[in-house]
Ligand binder design. Structure first.
Ligand code: ZN
Length: 451
């Protein structure tokens, strides 16, 4: 067990509880101070930010230029504040983690945790945290159950089952492994396993808290309703995908209360989650969220932005200041029966990735986008897109070096689909110059045939 990490986690958990009833003025002043400390740190230690903010050292946050994932990845070695970190070394570390199916809770070089994330352009992002930051990431996820009214104590910790991915380069796998290493019993399951298999393992574990992708939890709810699964989680938490009305309805029917909806990304950790009053609040003491229009002008509460800029106040190793995400977010007002003063998050759009329905024996099978992420994120590509056609799947790959084994890539995807029960679906791989985008600049990674 990592005693230093556990100590930091418990200290943060206690400190953060005192923030939830801050006045709006206090929230604003704390955000400003935390942002200024972050900027000073970044300018002092990161050549990338020093150059970018030249002449803007005293400017307010809203006057700073946003930064995209592509920019950060292109300038990673100059953007990080620890000169010993090289993107190529971190990529090699993540590759080895996956290759050896290693325990991702063990810090790399004794002091770092790293994770990879895909984005709407299919380009892989690499993010890294030190002890202090990783404690904040973990604390943000630990806040979710306590806001939902579930308290985990050291002597009687809540049992958590996570149905996401076991791939050790993904943040959700690293988080669940870390919780487990800190003596919070955590069962890690893979959303791409069959519902019957997942149900058997959940039935043996009896989680207090069930966390997962809505697309993976819904079949489990149906197992429960059909009497093939018998668990009584005190809360069900939906993560990573849009929680749709049918999923929400089935989860509530199966386990008796509406699912807790969280908004989280690899880059930011958890940004918002639902309280006991069933509303989502932004973690304003941890992140500053700015929904903006297509021209980067701020949009007021009640209006959906075209993009979201996030400033992660605890980030230091790879500072994230006005980091641009393609999510379309609508903020609400303040004030909630639960008494928390943090602003409400009314809506999040644009994060949904299609679950493909592909032919299987006797009908169709739902294929989670993770299947493609797992293979294509390891491939030598700068972008990718899977397009469902009437006669099979087209996989578009951009930036493949000459001599790339496209046939091998095709075979790997076809084999994974066969393992999922998919039949009669030829897979074709096409190298392209660039992955096609919508007018808003987005490129959906997985495009289905439509409703
Ligand atoms: Zn509330």
């Amino acid at each position: 067990m990592d005693a230093e990490l556990l100590t930091r986690l418990l200290a943060l958990r206690a400190a953060w509880r005192t923030h939830e009833h801050w006045s709006p003025a206090r929230i604003a002043s704390q955000q400003t101070e935390a942002f200024q400390r972050l900027r000073s740190y970044a300018v002092a230690r990161s050549p990338f930010y020093r150059e970018r903010y030249a002449g803007l050292e005293g400017a307010p946050l809203t006057a700073l230029p946003p930064v995209t994932k592509d920019e950060l990845m292109d300038h990673f070695d100059e953007a990080v504040t620890a000169p010993s970190l090289r993107l190529s070394d971190i990529e090699e570390h993540l590759h080895n983690l996956v290759e050896n199916d290693a325990d991702p809770s063990v810090p790399w070089r004794g002091r770092w945790w790293a994770a990879a994330s895909a984005g709407t352009t299919g380009r892989r992002g690499i993010f890294i945290w030190d002890h202090r930051e990783w404690a904040a990431v973990i604390a943000s996820y630990a806040r979710v159950p306590s806001w939902a009214g579930i308290f985990s104590r050291i002597k009687r910790p809540a049992r958590v089952a996570m149905v996401t991915t076991r791939r050790p380069s993904h943040q959700s796998a690293i988080i669940s492994a870390t919780f487990n290493s800190l003596l919070f019993p955590t069962l890690r399951l893979d959303a791409s396993d069959s519902p019957a298999d997942l149900a058997a393992r959940l039935g043996a574990f009896h989680p207090d808290l069930l966390v997962g992708f809505p697309s993976a939890l819904r079949p489990l709810a149906l197992e429960q309703l059909a009497g093939r699964l018998d668990i009584e989680p005190r809360a069900v938490v939906a993560t990573s995908e849009i929680l749709g009305v049918p999923e929400s309805r089935d989860l509530e029917a199966a386990w008796g209360s509406p699912p807790v909806d969280i908004y989280a990304t690899t880059e930011t950790a958890c940004i918002a989650s639902t309280c006991t009053a069933g509303r989502r609040h932004v973690y304003e003491d941890v992140v500053i969220v700015e929904p903006v229009d297509a021209d980067y002008r701020p949009v007021p509460p009640g209006i959906t932005g075209e993009r979201l800029l996030v400033t992660v106040l605890f980030s230091r190793t790879l500072p994230l200041i006005r980091y641009e995400m393609s999510d379309r977010v609508r903020l609400g007002e303040r004030g909630c029966p639960c008494g928390r003063s943090f602003r409400l998050l009314e809506g999040v759009e644009g994060r949904t990735e299609d679950i493909l329905r592909l032919p299987a024996a006797g009908g169709t099978v739902a294929v989670h986008p993770n299947v493609f992420h797992e293979i294509l994120e390891e491939a030598p590509v700068t972008g990718w897109q899977v397009v469902q056609r009437e006669d099979g799947l087209d996989v578009l790959v951009a930036g493949t070096p000459l001599g790339t084994d496209l046939q091998g890539l095709r075979d790997a995807i076809a084999q994974r689909l066969t393992e999922q029960g998919v039949v009669s679906t030829p897979v074709r791989v096409f190298p392209v110059h660039e992955v096609p985008r919508t007018p808003l600049g987005k490129a959906k990674l997985v495009r289905g045939l439509g409703p």
